[in-house]
Design a protein around this ligand. Structure first.
Ligand code: 13P
Ligand code: SF4
Length: 296
């Protein structure tokens, strides 16, 4: 199956972009495996005719926003992101207006329609940089309240929150972390900024998924507790086989991220099904917010 996929990708000049949370067998056939920021940048620069996005819906939409001339495929069309569904454009426009039209930073984990009514996007890897680039003292951030609180604790600007969250990162409690630390007393605890503030307070370092991989390589520690979706255990352990990695909690398992299989990937490439295309009026408006982030 892996050979068939590689052959199809060669024949059709397709690139396979894979998020760090995807199943191991999907990560193994990636042209690029990475976090949301790395994958967006790659999607904006590739010369391939087809982008196969192994991730969730908003990631494929972002690729379509950046590369409208390309065919963007999401092999499992129902792979969504519950956090992205927690904000919709009309409600966001209303809140922005009620706050006196302050700038809106939208996490890439959002629909193209929400990006289209936002000023700039951010990812977990660049959120502080994006916040500090805004020429205003007050900002509205959507949809992730935890990411927004993390940004607020790293800036003097006033950040207004939206009540969204990742159901898997938000499930991790301070008690879970304390238990994991007790089980692995010498391990360093790295957390994703989608975790709750009380969890981030306990972290030795706060990183995006690819940031965690880089951090583990540079750290003098030999064991780590990962406060993120458990899919990251595979690429990080593969990169540093001599180091040990433990999940902060087995509850952090995103079912949408596991919907892509070798079978639906091969089928999507062969028949070009699962195409994600953002309507041009929405795309044009969303591009401004995504491109501003990439330029930054
Ligand atoms: P990053 O890989 O950008 O840290 O994203 C985490 C995530 O939850 C993606 O859905
Ligand atoms: Fe969305 Fe959380 Fe799954 Fe990422 S891990 S796709 S933020 S639900």
């Amino acid at each position: 199956m892996k050979e068939k996929i590689k052959q199809l990708a060669r024949e059709k000049n397709a690139i396979i972009l894979v998020h760090n949370y995807q199943p191991p067998e999907i990560q193994d056939i990636a042209d690029l495996c990475g976090d949301s920021l790395e994958l967006s940048i790659k999607a904006s620069k590739t010369k391939a005719d087809i982008i196969v996005f192994c991730g969730v819906h908003f990631m494929a939409e972002t690729a379509s926003i950046l590369s409208p001339e390309k065919i963007v495929l999401l092999p499992a069309k129902d792979a969504g992101c519950p956090m992205a569904d927690m904000v919709e454009p009309d409600a966001l426009k209303k809140k922005k207006q009620a706050l006196g039209n302050i700038p809106v930073i939208t996490y890439v984990n959002s629909s193209a329609a929400v990006k289209a009514v936002s000023d700039i996007c951010c990812t977990s890897a660049n959120v502080i940089k994006v916040v500090n680039s805004i020429d205003a003292d007050e900002i509205l951030m959507t949809p992730d309240k935890n990411l927004a609180q993390y940004a607020a604790s790293n800036t003097s600007k006033k950040i207004h929150l939206w009540d969204g969250f990742c159901p898997f990162h938000n499930t991790l409690t301070a008690q879970d972390v304390k238990r994991a630390r007790k089980d692995h007393p010498n391990a360093c605890f790295i957390a994703h900024p989608e975790c709750r503030p009380e969890v981030l307070k306990l972290a030795d370092s706060i990183q995006s998924t690819s940031g965690m991989i880089k951090f583990a390589g540079q750290s003098r520690h030999t064991s780590f507790i990962l406060g993120t979706e458990t899919g990251l255990l595979y690429p990080i352990s593969k990169t540093y086989p001599q180091k040990k990695f433990y999940p902060a909690s087995p509850k952090m398992y995103c079912t949408d991220m596991k919907k892509i299989t070798l079978e639906n990937l091969a089928d999507s490439l062969e028949t070009l099904t699962g195409e994600i295309k953002v309507p041009e009026d929405i795309r044009k408006n969303a591009l401004g917010a995504v491109q501003k982030m990439i330029n930054l």
